[in-house]
Design a protein around this ligand. Structure first.
Ligand code: CLF
Ligand code: SF4
Length: 503
């Protein structure tokens, strides 16, 4: 069994940020030039495997925006890069730099600083570039990252290059103005508001031009797209093809978040977001042409910490102002800490390569058994280390005889809140079970008696036997157990008819 994380089905350029979990990240990244591997290997968004180990932070220095998206309300974070929620504090560049240094000194695994809102960073160029300029000088060990709607991108590419920015995200929801006019009511361009199709046309042209200019200059570009059922869902495969042909490195198809209480056009109009299945199906369809990101958590524009967690409250400006930071010393500690992470990653990788051999020897005839979805509770480090009741999200993996791949995450409410309600959260448990539908096992460090019974009754086998084991290996091993027990053999007539057709 070969352990991969995502992006199966890609051709030669696969890998990239689609690292392959503990099992084969070096395999998939090995074919890339060293300078690209260096750029992605510690970036929690560009490398799926890295997101188990490294953190990012955003500083909210960019309040204004030059377009209107139907899924955005200015009161809330930019939906390009964040789930709706007010930004707690808007920062000046000086404040942002202080905050970054405070976070870097306290969270040694923080490798990337991104500016992603709450408006558009390139619609606020002075504030954005001043922040980058100071950080390049004061915190040279931190990678800089920016996310934009792309309208001002071509005019800012040279400036971006001067700031040593390796990673740029462009949100591209369409390449066809007919689709675009349903998403963008207007843009602000050359001091004028331009509505409808004309506005969408300009935005698309600028995005494509900006993408080409960045890739020509060797900057890694990730394209984010918001999947809006009935509006651009059938169009996003084409978007994937086009941006890939222009050199984009990674495509991140995210679900629309539209709630009436957010006050967005889509929210108020009742536009729904995609289901888990719809999202995964589209990501799989796009994967034929493109490296796909599936671990995006749609972070806030002021998020701090590992993807999926937010430690922003620990670093309010009020608290930051009281922290005394010796950054030289902090850099030294960060380097040592990150070296330990790298050693652990290397050890995991070696172990997985060994298990590759032993698992492969157990492999049965291809397509004889069906794939299985498994949910995993992990608080980071790439291992199964979280109690079922403490999980706020489950990582979803698909195991087959040939590989294990990460396919997404599903958020849940906390089952065990740590007070007396723990174990009595009937309705929360119902909701978790519903959220995990389609999964046949849930792997966690521990699970209580009551949820165990309820999960089992719902056809989701709880499993605490792989506590502290690397995720992909544990999923692979459990799949093998299921395989050997005969539980996964396809019913007669379900076999893949294509098997052996060329043999
Ligand atoms: Fe931030 Fe975006 Fe850079 Fe990452 S987020 S600017 S590329 S450092 Fe990452 Fe967050 Fe998804 Fe963005 S998980 S929303 S993709
Ligand atoms: Fe909102 Fe971002 Fe769209 Fe601007 S680009 S309207 S801030 S979602």
């Amino acid at each position: 069994m070969h352990i991969t994380a995502i992006n199966e089905g890609n051709s030669g350029s696969e890998g990239g940020c689609s690292s392959s979990g503990c099992g084969g990240s070096s395999d998939q990244l090995d074919h890339l030039p060293q300078h690209i591997r260096d750029k992605v290997k510690d970036h929690p968004c560009y490398s799926e495997e890295a997101h188990h180990h490294y953190a990012r932070m955003h500083v909210a220095v960019a309040p204004a925006c030059n377009i209107q998206c139907h899924y955005c309300n200015r009161k809330y974070d930019c939906a390009n890069e964040s789930r709706p929620g007010v930004v707690s504090e808007l920062l000046t560049p000086d404040q942002a730099v202080k905050k970054v240094m405070a976070v870097a000194a306290n969270i040694p695994q923080m490798t990337v600083l991104g500016i992603a809102g709450p408006g558009d960073p390139l619609a606020n160029p002075e504030r954005t570039f001043e922040t980058f300029r100071q950080l390049t000088e004061k915190a040279p060990d931190i990678k800089l990252c920016v996310s934009t709607n792309g309208l001002s991108l071509p005019e800012q590419v040279d400036e971006l290059c001067q700031h040593n920015i390796d990673h740029v995200t462009i949100t591209i929801n369409c390449v066809d103005p007919e689709v675009g006019e349903k998403i963008y009511p207007w843009i602000f361009w050359n001091n004028r508001r331009i509505k409808g199709r004309k506005g969408a046309e300009i935005l698309i042209a600028q995005q494509q031009k900006g993408l080409e200019m960045l890739t020509e200059r060797g900057i890694l570009v990730k394209v984010n797209s918001v999947m809006i059922p009935g509006v651009n869902d059938h169009h996003l495969e084409e978007v994937s093809r086009v941006v890939k042909s222009k050199g984009a490195f990674l495509h991140n198809v995210m679900p629309l978040i539209a709630e009436a209480e957010h006050g967005t056009f889509y929210g108020v109009m009742g536009q729904r977001g995609p289901t888990h299945d719809e999202l995964q199906t589209l990501q799989d369809q796009c994967a034929g042409d493109m490296n796909m990101m599936r671990h995006c958590r749609q972070c806030r524009a002021d998020a701090v910490g590992m993807l999926g967690e937010d430690r922003g409250d620990e670093f309010t400006m009020e608290k930051v102002e009281t922290m005394e930071i010796d950054y030289q010393e902090a850099m030294q500690r960060r380097a040592e800490y990150q070296q330990q992470i790298e050693q652990a990653r290397e050890a995991q990788q070696k172990r997985s390569q060994e298990s590759f051999v032993s698992l492969a020897s157990l492999k049965r005839k291809r397509h004889q058994s069906r794939p299985v979805l498994m949910a995993v509770a992990s608080s980071g480090g790439g291992v199964i280390n979280q109690h079922f009741g403490h999980a706020r999200e489950f990582l979803i993996y698909e195991a087959t005889e040939l590989d294990v791949r990460f396919v997404g995450h599903r958020k849940v409410d906390l089952y065990c809140s740590g007070d007396s309600s723990c174990g009595e959260g009937e309705s929360v448990l119902d909701q978790i079970i519903r959220t995990l539908s389609g999964c046949e096992a849930v792997l966690c460090s521990k699970v209580g008696y009551e949820p165990w019974e309820r999960l089992e009754a719902a056809g989701i086998q709880p499993n605490g036997e792989y506590a502290m084991e690397p995720i992909e290996e544990a999923v692979a091993a459990l799949y093998q157990e299921m395989l050997q027990s005969g539980a996964l053999v396809k019913a007669r007539g379900d076999e893949d008819k294509s098997v052996g057709a060329c043999a």
